[in-house]
Design a protein around this ligand. Structure first.
Ligand SMILES: [Zn+2]
Length: 444
């Protein structure tokens, strides 16, 4: 079939940040229960410590006891009527150096919701929080309740799994409680490398690490914003990709940055009073998280973290010193704040989990002419109903305009100067579920 050609007196609609509202997704996000988030955080904190090397001989204390709680919790989610969840339990050996001097058996836990599109069986989404905690000092059995860091992230993942239990997304979703984040991102690294080695494509990964502390050490009190960290320039780039980025100016359009903007665009409308800050950094200054190993494998991976951290409540044995209180205890956890973050991420996973496969081989050209020309290829996905062209001026960070096109493979924008605009293209189904927009991968 001859591809459609659109010439370009087309008008773009302005992007307000408010996307088409999906009532079914609204219904799911309304099910996020702050009390359930709190109950999970209190249960995990009740094990005293979840240090990776804590004593595993006690039934109600330490990492092993917390693992059993998570497994039983997932089993309870499998018992929900219509639940399609599978128990995720991935055991492996690690250590022998660094913060794990002796080799030990570790385990990532959680749930898997299988995708229903068999032609996309190798595509996944991943949401992760780490279940291990860290006290201050070297004693691996000292109290480290880790309520916000990161029982809050685990609670968010399990609450998403509960609400999505009977869903039938096109692609598979992992709800992960990861191990040994505090010993060097060991659990997330294992999963990212395994997925890569087995030929999976991760369409989007989010690490939620601290979602629920509303009182910063700076004195700021805020539960209406959340930081979303993403790298602009990809961690891994071939020499050809680097040359293309330098030619196109793609420093703000790596896979992870597009994914971050997607979560803001599709998540915020379902989370009242939550503003997602798109941080133009890979992570907090000098630090890393469970998203990092996924980005290192070339996957779009981002991190959500409270806007104002409180270091008196991170990696501390609970105590009072000189009238100052330390410790990451559940009374500092704001479940309504965590619920808003859960709603935003849940909505973006519902959208992307059901979206068609994205376009590929996108080329942009027109240099030396008055026009901008885009060409692309479409996957053989019958659910693609339309395309969405994203556009912004080259001096801006966020997408400014969108234009919906029928299924096609090229577009010429007349009298639109190539240098002054940035473009990306997404596929969309009849329900408005969009792929993450794809930035041009070739210049012609
Ligand atoms: Zn953490």
């Amino acid at each position: 079939m001859r591809p459609f050609l659109f010439c370009a007196a087309i008008a773009y609609s302005s992007l307000s940040g408010q996307h088409a509202f999906d009532l079914r997704i609204q219904d799911r996000t309304a099910q996020v229960a702050p009390a359930r988030l709190r109950a999970t955080v209190e249960s995990l904190a009740s094990f005293g410590t979840r240090h990776t090397l804590s004593d595993s001989s006690q039934p109600n204390r330490g990492s092993k006891a917390a693992q059993m709680w998570i497994i039983n919790h997932v089993k309870s989610l499998q018992a929900i009527p219509g639940s399609r969840l599978q128990l995720y339990e991935e055991r492996f050996k690690a250590g022998g150096s660094g913060r794990l001097p002796q080799p030990v058996e570790l385990v990532n836990l959680g749930a898997i919701l299988p995708g229903v599109d068999s032609s996309r069986a190798k595509e996944v989404l991943v949401i992760a929080g780490h279940y291990d905690s860290l006290p201050s000092g070297p004693d691996t059995n000292a109290d480290g309740p880790g309520a916000v860091d990161d029982a809050s992230g685990v609670a968010l993942c399990l609450e998403m799994a509960r609400i999505m239990a009977a869903e039938k997304p096109a692609i598979t979703i992992y709800f992960v409680a990861s191990t040994a984040e505090e010993q060097g991102l060991i659990g997330a690294t294992h999963l990212a490398k395994r997925l890569k080695a087995e030929g999976f494509t991760v369409r989007g990964m989010i690490a939620v690490d601290m979602a629920g502390n509303a009182h910063g050490i700076s004195g700021d009190t805020d539960n209406t914003t959340i930081r979303c960290f993403s790298e602009g320039v990809p961690s891994i780039e071939s020499e050809a990709q680097k040359r293309l980025r330098e030619a196109l100016g793609g420093e703000n359009d790596g896979l992870s940055r597009e994914w971050a903007r997607y979560v803001k665009r599709f998540g915020e409308p379902y989370a009242d009073n939550l503003d997602i800050w798109i941080m133009l950094r890979r992570d907090r200054v000098g630090r890393g998280g469970d998203h990092t190993p996924f980005a290192n494998e070339g996957f779009p991976a981002i991190r959500f973290t409270d806007t104002f951290e409180n270091y008196d409540r991170q990696h501390q044995i609970p105590r009072v010193e000189n009238g100052r209180r330390y410790g990451d205890t559940p009374d500092f956890f704001d479940e309504n704040y965590c619920a808003k973050v859960t709603r935003a991420i849940l909505a973006s996973f519902m959208h992307l989990g059901n979206a068609p496969a994205p376009p590929y081989d996108i080329a942009i050209g027109g240099n030396g002419t008055a026009n901008t020309k885009l060409t692309w290829k479409l996957p053989d996905d019958p659910r693609i109903s339309n395309l969405v062209i994203y556009r912004r001026r080259s001096d801006t960070i966020h997408w400014q305009k969108t234009k919906t096109l029928p299924k096609s493979t090229e577009l010429t924008l007349q009298n639109v100067m190539l240098d002054n605009n940035v473009f990306a293209i997404a596929t969309v189904d009849t329900n408005g579920n969009e792929s993450v927009p794809v930035y041009p991968t070739a210049l012609k």
